[in-house]
Design a protein around this ligand. Structure first.
Ligand SMILES: [Zn+2]
Length: 114
């Protein structure tokens, strides 16, 4: 038998699980834009003012304590941006799930000691 409070939390958790199932391709990290200077003498990148090469896009991320970066081609930017957004969405849903689950299990502990 569950209280209305428990039933409400259970419903919210079920909704989060359904939403998680719908999260598409994802990847962690952040995108940055870079402009570079080359080694060619008299190149426009050394003019005054300089016209540097770029933009170059790169994604940085840390997994298991290891940082990595990868260059991203311009044509891949839309899908990479979508993947980064999906990752944030997944993280937010999981955080919410943890909050609700903590609330629910704490409620049950208090109601049913032993
Ligand atoms: Zn140059």
């Amino acid at each position: 038998m569950s209280t209305t409070q428990e039933a409400r939390l259970e419903r919210q958790i079920e909704r989060i699980k359904r939403e998680l199932a719908l999260v598409g391709e994802l990847r962690p990290g952040s995108l940055s834009t870079q402009y570079n200077v080359c080694g060619t003498a008299g190149c426009r990148c050394k003019a005054t003012p300089p016209k540097k090469h770029g933009p170059y896009y790169q994604i940085s991320y840390t997994r298991k304590g290891k940082s990595s970066t990868r260059f991203v081609r311009k044509e891949d930017l839309p899908s990479v941006r979508r993947q980064l957004k999906n990752y944030q969405r997944m993280k937010a849903l999981v955080e919410r799930w943890i909050d609700l689950a903590t609330e629910l299990t704490t409620l049950r502990l208090t109601q049913k000691p032993r």
